[in-house]
Write a protein that binds this ligand. Structure first.
Ligand SMILES: Nc1nc2c(ncn2[C@@H]2O[C@H](COP(=O)(O)OP(=O)(O)OP(=O)(O)O)[C@@H](O)[C@H]2O)c(=O)[nH]1
Ligand SMILES: [Mg+2]
Length: 374
């Protein structure tokens, strides 16, 4: 059995109840207190755990959403940049009257453009409002603002599947976290683990970012904080796909509920790195045909319009099932997420509102729009 001092991961500080366990030459597993013979093969078998637990896993997304308290102020207090740009909407609508509605609608479109909504989406939103104005349904500035908000909520919710986590009906569920560099993937994974652990879900993490040594260390801190097991690359630098597949095998073997797989940040334009991501997904599917259950792409809320090409490319390569919009506590520019959702028909599932354990909230379109247009 390999210990911290004899493994390549001696830079990690284990809690005294923990052990490092070497499962193959290039993968190291850190359990909380479990035992495993050194070098033992991790056999793969179907989980035959109680159907009750499997049922709970299927409902987990809803449970998490229902339990979250949607504190709009805290959620989007940092939406300052977008809010500033949209403040003009109130001014415009205060003096609105039917005779100059066309000019006001043009200015409304301009305000949305400045707030990163993107030209297509801004036009779509304003066109819907225009139709209602022409049909005589909107007779005041207040009506217009309400229609504007309603149309944005519609774009965020209409074409997309559920914004709840979809973890399927068999264990383990596998969630991959992907995205460009520094968006908040590892932090999101840690916060998600915390949410799952609060529901008594057994979590194993896969340190699929083998690119930087510090990435494993960072994830390990989250594993310790949340009481999760973690599989990391060993001395001979296992490829990300094999770290992730070892985590999935171990999850099957040890009846874990959820595998959370971290991946390195990568530019969506880097062909080789995007292919590597595809290989990570394939490695999971090879073991469990219905997995990964979720491929969550982290979008940095401060990015603005660059989000769209990034999301498009990641979706093409690995099929994104949901977005996590992070750093909304900073000077976020969240308008663009509306065009990302509108164009790709993929829901936002969570928002990141800080670096702490509890700073991941389920996404709620109405709260989001209320925060944009208070
Ligand atoms: N304020 C704030 N900071 C965040 C949030 N999410 C992540 N961060 C910070 O953003 C920085 C990058 O976060 P990481 O989780 O390391 O990002 P990553 O995508 O894993 O980065 P790479 O692995 O290097 O690609 C860290 O300093 C995090 O603490 C958030 O919601 N709000
Ligand atoms: Mg990371």
């Amino acid at each position: 059995m390999a210990t911290a001092s004899s493994s390549s991961c001696c830079w990690l500080h284990r809690p005294c109840c923990s052990q490092f366990l070497r499962a193959s030459s290039s993968i190291i597993i850190h359990t909380k207190a479990g035992k495993q013979e050194a070098g033992a093969r991790l056999s793969v078998r179907c989980s035959s755990s109680s159907s009750e637990r499997v049922g709970f896993l299927g409902r987990l997304g809803r449970v998490i959403k229902e339990k979250a308290k949607s504190d709009v102020e805290r959620l989007f207090s940092g939406f300052s940049k977008t809010r500033e740009n949209l403040a003009v909407v109130d001014e415009l609508l205060t003096y609105w009257n039917l005779s100059d509605s066309e000019q006001i609608l043009d200015e409304l479109e301009e305000a949305l453009l400045v707030s990163d909504f993107g030209p297509r989406t801004a036009l779509k939103i304003v066109d819907s409002v225009r139709k209602e104005v022409l049909a005589g349904k909107l007779t005041s500035g207040i009506d217009i603002k309400a229609s504007l908000k309603k149309n944005i909520v519609t774009l965020l919710t209409q074409k997309v599947s559920s914004s709840e986590l979809q973890l399927g009906t068999r264990r383990p569920a596998v969630i991959m976290i992907v995205g460009v560099n520094g968006g908040g993937k590892t932090t999101t994974l840690g916060k998600l683990a915390h949410r799952l652990r609060k529901e008594d879900i057994k979590v194993i993490m896969a340190a699929g970012d083998t690119f930087r040594a510090a990435a494993t260390e960072q994830l390990d801190v989250w594993a310790k904080r949340t009481g999760s097991e973690i599989v990391v690359a060993g001395k001979d630098n296992a490829r990300p796909a094999s770290v992730i597949s070892q985590a999935v095998r171990r999850a099957l073997d040890k009846d874990f509920d959820v595998v959370l797989a971290d991946t390195s940040g990568r530019l969506h334009t880097n062909y080789n790195l995007m292919e590597e991501l595809r290989a990570c997904k394939r490695a999971v599917t090879k073991i469990i045909a219905s997995a990964p259950n979720e491929v969550l792409m982290v979008l940095d809320g401060t990015t603005g319009l660059n989000m769209l090409p990034q999301a498009r490319e990641f979706n093409e390569v690995v099929g994104v099932s949901g977005f996590v919009l992070t750093k909304l506590d900073g000077t976020a520019r969240g308008g663009c997420v509306v065009s990302v959702v509108d164009e790709l028909s993929i829901p936002v599932k969570f928002v990141g509102i800080g670096e702490g354990l509890d700073d991941l909230q389920p996404f709620d379109a109405e709260s989001f729009v209320n925060a944009l247009f208070p």
